[in-house]
Design a protein around this ligand. Structure first.
Ligand code: AMP
Ligand code: MG
Length: 354
């Protein structure tokens, strides 16, 4: 462990300076003391970096001192420090502060400058999906939502860019005529679904598209699917598979819940796509409730998380034994229980009415 030989800076003087400060704006501060240390990585190649608490006591102490100091910096000072480290200064102050804290934690972990460059994503590709479904303004709990748009936006996690897209409309069969409410909400017109294949055919096309890119490979680290919240898979996809009497796809049993990850990583309340973008200093690009535009914007949020050092892991999924799914009654779905070991970030079950 590295902590014993990490101190060459007088940390007490730092604390003294801060204790006497009413506002840190006009006082000196020094976040650069880490540079003078001989920090050694205490987790080498740890893909769960920034999500695990630091266990080494010396490092823990340093981290909490540093975080306390960062908490007292005013926004201009935060931005100055971010710039020094070539980090983004966009986003609301809470996010900028967390960015600086995560950077230091990564620095302690890897014991080097530019520690975000050391972080490796767990998955090579992340496929973002945001379904649109039939709906009405006075729909009850039992409304038979049928998927009418199936988009995919593919992220190359290492290159940190969007590399591909898929989109298909689907023709609903239970309620083939879209409500005016649905068309207004989603922008999807009647003729677009009338000319589209039904869901089972679209699912087949989706799986061919994924297979052409080797994204349904047996290599578990090749590709993960991601959505905004639990509803796309746990509600819409499950319902649709039941309507069509088809098996629930294996690849959709666990996913990355971006809304949950965003809230955890930046210590913010869970919120929708527009609000997440706004907190990051970005604006929604395109049309809200268009499946492809929603997916593109979720992908932009995922990319910001990756750039800020977040390793995206499976953090949500369906459990066959969960009473919430019993009324969905999928007889031919061989759903397995969520594998906690494989996905250490899984901390809650899917909540449909979240
Ligand atoms: P979203 O991903 O937010 O665009 O929503 C996915 C689907 O949820 C939509 O295609 C609708 O079927 C349904 N939905 C979303 N918002 C509403 C709403 N305000 N009222 C009724 N249904 C909605
Ligand atoms: Mg949507």
């Amino acid at each position: 462990m590295a902590s014993s030989n990490m101190t060459s800076h007088n940390e007490n003087s730092l604390v003294e300076t801060k204790k006497t400060s009413k506002s840190s704006k006009n006082h000196t501060y020094d976040l650069d003391w880490i540079k003078n240390t001989n920090a050694k990585p205490f987790f080498t190649d740890d893909r769960y970096l920034l999500k695990k608490p630091i266990t080494d006591q010396g490092c823990q102490k340093r981290l909490s001192k540093y975080n306390g100091l960062v908490n007292r910096l005013v926004p201009e000072q935060i931005d100055e420090e971010l710039k020094k480290r070539q980090l983004s200064t966009s986003g609301e102050i809470k996010i900028r502060r967390i960015r600086l804290k995560h950077y230091y934690k990564a620095q302690l972990t890897f014991g080097c400058e530019n520690p975000f460059k050391m972080i490796q994503q767990h998955f090579e590709y992340i496929a973002i999906i945001d379904f649109e479904a039939t709906c009405d303004n006075n729909q009850g709990n039992n409304y038979p939502h049928e998927i009418i748009e199936f988009p995919i936006v593919l992220i190359d996690a290492k290159q940190q860019i969007i590399v591909d897209k898929f989109q298909s409309y689907c023709r609903p069969t239970i309620k083939p005529i879209l409500s005016n409410f649905c068309t207004e909400l989603t922008g999807i017109e009647q003729h677009q679904v009338d000319n589209a294949p039904t869901f089972p055919e679209v699912l087949h096309n989706v799986e061919s598209w994924l297979n052409e890119r080797n994204l349904l490979s047996s290599n578990k680290r090749r590709c993960a699917f991601a959505t905004d919240g639990p509803w796309d898979f746990a509600k819409f996809l499950r319902m649709q598979c039941r309507f069509n009497s088809i098996s629930y796809p294996r690849w959709a049993k666990k996913w990355i819940n971006i809304r949950k990850e965003f809230a955890n990583f930046y210590s913010l309340q869970r919120c929708g796509i527009g609000k997440m973008l706004e907190s990051l200093g970005l604006i929604f690009d395109g049309r809200h409730h268009s499946g492809l535009d929603d997916s593109m914007n979720i992908a932009r949020i995922a990319l910001e998380l990756i750039k800020d050092g977040c390793v995206l892991l499976l953090n949500d999924g369906v459990r066959a034994s969960d009473p919430k799914f019993i009324d969905l009654n999928i007889s031919n779905d061989k759903t397995e229980d969520f594998d906690e070991e494989e996905s250490p970030q899984n901390d809650s079950l899917v909540v449909l009415d979240e």
